[in-house]
Ligand binder design. Structure first.
Ligand SMILES: *[C@@H]1O[C@H](CO)[C@@H](O)[C@H](O)[C@H]1NC(C)=O
Ligand SMILES: *[C@@H]1O[C@H](CO)[C@@H](O)[C@H](O)[C@H]1NC(C)=O
Ligand SMILES: *[C@@H]1O[C@H](CO)[C@@H](O)[C@H](O)[C@H]1NC(C)=O
Ligand SMILES: *[C@@H]1O[C@H](CO)[C@@H](O)[C@H](O)[C@H]1NC(C)=O
Ligand SMILES: *[C@@H]1O[C@H](CO)[C@@H](O)[C@H](O)[C@H]1NC(C)=O
Ligand SMILES: *[C@@H]1O[C@H](CO)[C@@H](O)[C@H](O)[C@H]1NC(C)=O
Ligand SMILES: *[C@@H]1O[C@H](CO)[C@@H](O)[C@H](O)[C@H]1NC(C)=O
Length: 424
């Protein structure tokens, strides 16, 4: 089918402006109130979820305690909607109900709040999918567990596929698998299997669920029958773009690639083979094997679309942090105020703080960015948007800004190119 070869979805993306630093120098354009726990909550959702997967507590421990109240109570205030997550709008079912989902490369299935609900409490007044309004809605039936496709969250119970996301601290969602029609921009409608979430708690921001972009066959790309998708994260959320299928391809002649490597503990995550890190031209002295997934499933670097924060394995982080402190030569500020680990005082008159370029070396290529600091609007403090992790490293969204990230699942490659994502 020709249409299948040519799926383009260009949606976007309204949720939050992404306060951050951009380019070689820091621009002062965002608000003090946006730098704080609300700011990192979404990143931490993923962080904690993944760390829990490997049976270890989140790092730093205090984040877990502080995350839940924020998730539950702060999302209603517009000024706190700054987690950096993006929203994709879909219309679902024959009556075309509007649903806003957060695209997430670490989740292996899509799920959404689904009326009638036991618990679908949102802080914001946004539309929730009501299955009784859709004649095309149907439960996804099963005879045995393998019928419920390959998600480690699904099981077959009384001929109905149930699912339960309950080991992710920042949210839980439980319900059953269902099928309905998704209407995509400029494309024929597709029938998609998703989690009909009847019990949901935790952080959803302005969304009613998550779009699973992981590698399993229940994920959204798999259900579209495409082996490649891409996104280009912009500082302007309304210009952030996602592509599925043949339009998820290089726009310039100067792209790079690295292999997506498997991890037997969670085959749905996108791991890349990181081999080193360079700050301001100085290669940090760490054995290249420190970055690889270990036989117990820990370690490695995954690529995440929905968390803004980057995580580095602790020993790597400490060496990185030491180098940043050395190169920036700025007075340190109290980072715990912002629930981050490293902040500096800057002079308000000084409009251009020079951020050293950061290069992440991969097997076969390298990625360079200066998008890894954030600043308060007062222009007095900048903070590192990188945190240490005990178990896994995560390449977060801010560092991927203005890089077109192409997930070539069929060839097990991550391709990327530097672009101004506003113009894609
Ligand atoms: C910063 O946020 C506060 C609280 O939302 C708001 O009152 C103020 O106008 C904002 N300042 C700027 C410069 O946007
Ligand atoms: C996307 O969904 C949000 C939340 O339902 C809504 O406020 C917004 O108007 C929608 N945007 C578009 C372009 O449909
Ligand atoms: C869902 O739709 C049904 C049928 O129109 C309606 O009775 C019910 O109140 C709706 N549920 C919610 C929570 O809006
Ligand atoms: C999902 O993947 C598993 C393992 O790769 C395979 O056995 C199964 O047939 C697939 N299911 C569907 C519906 O594609
Ligand atoms: C994907 O392939 C399956 C099995 O061949 C088919 O049932 C489904 O309609 C296809 N979906 C799309 C969006 O083409
Ligand atoms: C830093 O801020 C935290 C949280 O506001 C506070 O508990 C701590 O005492 C501060 N540390 C210093 C050295 O001021
Ligand atoms: C990772 O990259 C290194 C350096 O190129 C290579 O020696 C190693 O075999 C790669 N590991 C995997 C799992 O691909």
């Amino acid at each position: 089918m020709a249409t299948k070869q040519h799926l383009v979805l260009i949606f976007l993306v309204l949720m939050f402006s992404i306060p951050s630093t951009r380019g070689k120098s820091i621009r002062k354009f965002f608000n003090n109130s946006e730098v704080g726990l609300g700011d990192v909550a979404d990143g931490l959702r993923v962080v904690c979820g993944l760390l829990n997967l490997f049976g270890s507590p989140c790092y730093p421990g205090s984040y877990v305690d502080t995350l839940r109240p924020v998730a539950g109570s702060k999302v209603s205030a517009p000024e706190d909607l700054s987690s950096g997550a993006f929203l994709l709008n879909f219309s679902v079912g024959d009556t075309r109900q509007n649903v806003a989902l957060i695209p997430d490369t670490t989740l292996d299935m899509t799920f959404m709040f689904c009326q009638p609900c036991l618990d679908c409490s949102l802080e914001t007044n946004i539309p929730v999918y009501n299955s009784t309004h859709s004649d095309t809605f149907e439960r996804y039936k099963c005879e045995g567990p393998t019928d419920c496709l390959t998600s480690r969250y699904t099981s077959c119970s009384s001929k109905s596929c149930t699912y339960s996301y309950d080991d992710i601290p920042a949210f839980t969602s439980r319900g059953f698998l269902a099928k309905d029609t998704f209407f995509l921009t400029n494309e024929p409608p597709v029938s998609v299997i998703f989690g009909c979430g009847t019990t949901n708690t935790g952080f959803f921001g302005n969304a009613v669920g998550y779009l699973g972009l992981g590698r399993g066959n229940l994920s959204f790309p798999a259900q579209l029958n495409v082996s490649v998708f891409s996104y280009c994260l912009s500082f302007d959320p309304s210009r952030t773009t996602f592509f599925f299928g043949s339009d998820a391809q290089m726009r310039t002649g100067s792209g790079f690639s690295t292999t997506l490597i498997p991890n037997r503990l969670d085959p749905t995550l996108y791991y890349v083979n990181m081999t080193g890190i360079t700050v301001g031209g100085k290669r940090i002295n760490i054995p290249s094997t420190s970055f690889l997934p270990q036989t117990d499933g820990t370690g490695g670097l995954i690529v995440d679309s929905s968390s803004r924060i980057t995580l580095l394995e602790e020993s790597v982080y400490l060496a990185f942090k030491t180098e940043i402190i050395k190169q920036l030569q700025l007075p340190e500020a109290n980072a715990s105020v912002h629930n981050l680990d490293l902040c500096f005082h800057i002079s308000p008159e000084d409009n251009d703080v020079k951020i050293p370029s950061l290069t992440i070396h991969f097997d076969g290529s390298e990625m360079t960015t200066t998008n890894y600091f954030t600043e308060d609007t007062d222009g007095k403090i900048i903070c590192l948007m990188v945190l240490p992790s005990k178990k896994i490293s995560i390449l977060g969204g801010q560092m991927q800004t203005d890089i077109h990230m192409i997930f070539d699942i069929g060839n097990s490659l991550l391709r990327f190119e530097y672009l101004n994502c506003d113009n894609l």
